[in-house]
Design a protein around this ligand. Structure first.
Ligand SMILES: [Zn+2]
Length: 197
């Protein structure tokens, strides 16, 4: 069954989906009523055609700017750097941050061979430089694992000449943990308790 295998393989590419689960998803598609699957296909097409990157911060956005960057009440002198859009979403949920963000879409990883050129790092440097002193503080909220730390170190070195204060969220972040798995209270404390580096 070539078509069935094709769908199973497509699901296997989804994060966190193993072979058994991919097969269960594919079986569900076979059994599901046609209108339901048509709706799913339409929703997938719509998300692919309408959602892109925010021009400012590289968060996901349906317009030129994401909802954070489009909000004139946000403090543009404060940039919080995260690895992924879901980290940004987690911090937004904690409601303790009034600045703007920059999404790197990954981390520098010497082990996996991911260099600074492969993530949105130079875009951040350009943004800070173009601001001409507008950016007063950069908070580095990369994950507290090896790659996240390597990225934080790289960023600190690159940003030092352009920004007065560079800080790293520290306390309360479980070592080796993921930013988006932290609860809102812990994340709020981690942001408030950031340390200058
Ligand atoms: Zn944005």
């Amino acid at each position: 069954m070539k078509a069935f295998e094709g769908v199973t393989l497509a699901f296997r590419r989804f994060p966190g989906v193993g072979p058994k689960q991919a097969e269960r998803f594919a079986l569900y598609v076979v059994r599901a009523p046609d209108p339901e699957i048509e709706k799913l296909v339409e929703a997938l097409r719509a998300v692919k055609s309408s959602v892109g990157y925010c021009r400012e911060c590289y968060n996901y956005a349906e317009n030129v700017l994401c909802s954070v960057c489009a909000d004139s009440a946000r403090d543009r002198s404060l940039i919080c750097v995260v690895e992924r859009p879901q980290d940004l979403a987690a911090i937004e949920k904690a409601r303790s941050f009034s600045g703007v963000y920059h999404v790197l879409h990954g981390a520098v990883s010497p082990a996996a061979g991911i260099t600074a050129d492969q993530i949105k790092l130079k875009e951040l440097l350009e943004r800070v430089r173009a601001g001409g002193g507008l950016v007063k503080e950069v908070i580095i909220a990369t994950n507290p694992d090896t790659d996240g730390e390597a990225t934080a170190m790289f960023l600190t070195r690159a940003l030092k000449p352009y920004v007065d204060k560079i800080s790293r969220i520290a306390c309360g972040v479980p070592l080796g943990g993921d930013i988006d798995y932290m609860d809102e209270v812990t994340l709020g404390h981690a942001l408030k308790g950031r340390v200058k580096i």
